[in-house]
Design a protein. Structure first.
Length: 359
């Protein structure tokens, strides 16, 4: 396996990094007390060495990120790693190979963890002792760095093994296609206007209650971003919904709500009451998701059977072809932009689904 080095000065590795066509990448970060994840460590593996790069040191990382993003990244379950680097550095790789996605197209569990895949492919068990470590501490203990290095050590050997097996089955392009979907910047955009969609329990609100909830959620999102604090630290979901439902008319009524923090009421009460009085009108015409009728339920079950049969035929999980949510959207809303109608899925399952829906 590659040698391991801790890197606090990225200039020392730039020339070597620029020569690499593929690198294994993983990250360690903290997000319990912040809105945006705080990038604490970047692990990189090549065929010869493994680096643990310190992104917390005062340093110009521009050339490092550009060199790193010029290579194909091999990452296991890449979405969070892409997100934290994109939000921290404003960049993402030009090419991505996700080993979790690749393994799933070989018939392994769709959400198979890195450690389980290492054990499956290399008959090696990785330690799990530091899953909740504080990665912001400096200096990082040697055992933490070794643990972090393990998370990228096997990625390039995985690339070789998985690519070979997928190529034999004619599925290598499938893995590449789904991996590249994770490089859409829209996946990681934060828009306060969409914050209402993250509030559990808001989907059945209508009219003014929905408009108030949407305004409160947008305000909370802006505050969380500005202060870099978790949403629930600004105001909790149940309190937000209670405000929208009860629509307090003055500070006394607001303070009387269950769960309303005196600190939140004192600091932000007037703003919350202003949103109640003048909510965003654009959300007032919202309608909750429609419940499928009996014919639609029957068709959904039929489509699920079609998907399962095709998945069983090729030996992969049905969810890799189409989810229940995607099928329901196609039936009830005429949605034809989902993944099952695109790329390799279209001839595999999409055309059949479309014909079944169209009758």
């Amino acid at each position: 396996m590659p040698d391991f080095q801790f890197v606090s000065d990225t200039y020392s590795i730039l020339e070597t990094l620029k020569k690499e066509s593929s690198v294994g990448v993983d990250t360690e970060f903290l997000r319990e007390k912040t809105f945006f994840a705080r990038l604490c460590l970047v692990q990189i593996s090549t065929r010869q060495t493994t680096w643990c790069v310190d992104p917390l040191r005062p340093h110009d990382y521009k050339d490092f990120w550009e060199a790193l993003c010029d290579s194909q990244w091999v990452v296991h379950s890449a979405r969070q790693d892409i997100e934290v680097i994109y939000q921290s550095a404003g960049q993402m790789p030009h090419e991505l190979f996700d080993t979790q996605i690749a393994a799933a197209f070989l018939g392994k569990a769709p959400q198979m963890g890195y450690g389980n895949l290492v054990e499956d492919l290399f008959d090696t068990q990785l330690p799990k002792a530091h899953t909740r470590a504080d990665w912001s501490q400096r200096p990082l203990p040697a055992e933490l760095l070794e643990y972090a290095a393990d998370d990228v050590t096997y990625l390039l050997p995985m690339l070789d093994l998985l690519s070979e097996e997928l190529d034999k089955l004619g599925r290598l392009d499938w893995a590449r296609e789904d991996s590249m979907l994770l490089l859409d910047p829209a996946l990681y955009a934060v828009d306060p206007a969409d914050a209402i969609d993250r509030v559990k329990g808001a989907k059945n609100f209508r009219g003014k209650r929905r408009a108030i909830a949407a305004g409160l959620a947008a305000w909370r999102e802006e505050q969380a971003i500005q202060r870099d604090r978790p949403r629930q630290w600004i105001i909790r979901d149940n309190t937000l919904l209670d405000i929208a439902a009860r629509q307090p008319k003055d500070m006394k009524a607001l303070q009387a709500l269950d769960g309303m923090s005196p600190k939140v009421a004192s600091r932000n009460g007037e703003k919350l009451l202003a949103i109640v009085r003048n909510p965003e009108s654009g959300h007032a015409d919202y309608e909750p998701p429609r419940i499928p009728d009996e014919d639609e339920k029957a068709l959904l079950k039929k489509l699920q059977r079609i998907v399962r049969q095709k998945a069983d035929e090729i030996g992969i999980a049905a969810e890799l072809l189409a989810s229940r949510k995607e099928l329901a959207a196609a039936i009830m809303n005429g949605e034809r932009n989902s993944r099952m109608f695109q790329g390799f899925r279209q001839p595999l399952i999409g055309d059949t689904i479309a014909k079944a829906i169209d009758g």
